[in-house]
Design a protein around this ligand. Structure first.
Ligand code: BYC
Ligand code: FE
Ligand code: FE
Length: 471
């Protein structure tokens, strides 16, 4: 194991100094990354931010906390430690040693998976670029920037793989990752959810809850990859991802808590007048972010995913804990399907149903958040509850892309959808209202009226710590 080298231009634990060509290639990509960060990264000017920087990959002491100017953040390349004995856990190469190089026959597919993963990371930074101006507290502002710098590092993680293992094609793809932009007309980001706006902090918390959680599951499957450098990169990214989950989960917690508090204090179902976000609006935001995130798992059935699995490129969530043959050639699975115009289940080969398998793991995890938020409502003595909409609701990818379903899963005609969707998805009025609450609170220890303070600060610091120094 190489210890992380911070004396280098690019901190890394991949022995970059011993590979001058690769080092030079990455050092010439670095200024392009920095100019992308300057123009597409956080728009709010700050002096410094209390950030966590990855400095090691071991179980303990992997992160260092300090106030740093954001442009001086040390984006580095960190792979989890190598297990020299590691063997492939699934697919046709099961039991063979993990690959340290890319096999020629899988080059195109691996590159595609890495490019798709890499594309989402800077996309989210672009989507969140303007949120600093309306942060509800310095604590939240700091968390936003922490998520942003780490998504920037996740881009580095994928660019390292492209440069180190995919030659000229890889270097070209690395450039493209900085040229596509979220929401752009001519060169949009690859996946749908990453071209949506994140215009307010309720969207940000829903995004970090639902969309970063897709990241957690996709990284979990790539961590199983037979291509060992990809596996090790993803393993370390997942460590950082835990904080993004925390930001989303507790962010929504705190919005729900504040709304519940103002509802009970004022004995009303509509706390709008008291500056809180009404539960139906929270539900609509939830519906939106959940449904666009479901699309990120691809079609219910997919030959791509079957091929990825068989080849050993992308495994299942918790592959090693599954009690089957890890090849699945004669297994089947029930997937959601549209049969004769009805929402139903159909039996397909387990391999082609792997997107559904992963989506189901994800859905169960999403439900745990909803349970938490409902407990907050119950503890406040309120009868109201939030819920996940039906899997067919508002889908643009997969079996339900061509139909309209209600959050309860009833199929309806286009005209009924057109009339009723404003009850289920955020309207301009809802969004304008939420935006009207987004007044920045950049004063130490203070917080906006629409959200409760967090239970804990960061790294043992109190809520009223000076997490960010503005210019
Ligand atoms: N939008 O065979 P299918 C994260 C395309 S998030 C647009 O079902 P497959 C993060 C698909 O490419 C995690 N197009 O798809 C979170 C295919 O095109 P071709 C990101 C889509 O390949 C927050 C066609 O439709 N990582 O890290 O089985 C902040 C047929 O689809 C979409 C990954 O996604 C879509 N939503 O599965 C920061 C992991 N879905 O081949 C970061 C890598 C599908 O016909 N990617 N299409 O031209 C993959 O594993 C898979 O490619 C997908 C799609 C799961 C995305
Ligand atoms: Fe990420
Ligand atoms: Fe993330």
């Amino acid at each position: 194991m190489t210890t992380p080298d911070y004396g280098e231009k690019i901190p890394n634990n991949v022995g970059l100094r011993d590979d001058r060509r690769l080092q030079r290639a990455l050092e010439s990509w670095q200024p392009n990354f920095l100019s992308w960060w300057q123009s597409m990264g956080p728009a709010l000017n700050t002096k410094d931010v209390y950030l966590r920087t990855a400095v090691n990959v071991g179980r303990e002491g992997w992160a260092h906390f300090a106030h740093v100017p954001m442009k001086d953040y040390r984006w580095g390349i960190f792979l989890a430690e190598r297990d020299a004995q590691r063997t492939i856990a699934f697919g046709q190469h099961k039991g063979e040693p993990a690959w340290q190089q890319v096999p020629g026959e899988y080059r195109a597919d691996l590159q595609r998976l890495i490019v798709i993963q890499g594309d989402t990371e800077p996309a989210s930074v672009e989507q969140q670029r303007n949120l600093g101006a309306t942060a509800p507290s310095l604590y939240d502002l700091r968390n936003l920037f922490q998520v942003n710098v780490e998504e920037g590092r996740h881009l580095w993680a994928m660019v390292y793989l492209l440069h180190a293992y995919f030659g000229r094609d890889g270097r070209e793809e690395a450039e493209e990752l900085l040229h596509r932009n979220s929401g752009s007309e001519d060169a949009p980001r690859i996946l749908g959810a990453f071209n949506e706006e994140t215009p307010d902090w309720l969207s940000f918390f829903m995004f970090t809850y639902f969309t970063d959680r897709d990241g957690k599951y996709q990284l979990g499957t790539l961590k199983e990859s037979a291509f060992d450098p990809l596996s090790r990169t993803c393993e370390f990214m997942l460590k950082e991802e835990a904080h993004h989950m925390m930001v989303g989960t507790t962010g929504v917690d705190r919005v729900v808590e504040r709304t519940a508090q103002l509802m009970t204090e004022n004995d009303t179902d509509d706390p709008t007048a008291y500056g809180a976000i009404p539960l139906p609006v929270i539900q609509k935001y939830l519906n939106f972010h959940y449904s666009v995130s479901l699309d990120l798992f691809g079609g219910e059935t997919s030959t791509n995913v079957a091929n990825y699995y068989t080849a050993g490129l992308k495994g299942r969530w918790m592959e090693e804990r599954r009690k089957d043959d890890h090849q699945l050639t004669d297994h089947s699975i029930m997937v959601d399907a549209l049969i004769e115009g009805q929402i139903a289940q159909s039996e397909v080969a387990a391999l082609t149903g792997l997107n559904t398998d992963l989506r189901r793991e994800y859905i169960a995890d999403c439900q745990s958040g909803v349970n938490r938020w409902n407990k907050i409502l119950a503890d406040a003595g309120l009868p109201h509850r939030l819920k996940l909409p039906h899997v067919a609701f508002n889908r643009k990818v997969g079996a339900f892309a061509g139909v309209q379903a209600t959050p309860d899963g009833d199929l309806i005609a286009e005209d009924e959808w057109a009339r009723k969707q404003r009850n289920w998805l955020p309207t301009e009025v809802d969004k304008t209202f939420v935006r009207s609450l987004m007044k920045p609170v950049h004063e130490r220890g203070k917080i906006a009226a629409w959200i409760a303070p967090p239970r804990n600060g960061i790294n043992g610091k109190p809520f009223d710590y000076d997490y960010v120094h503005l210019t």
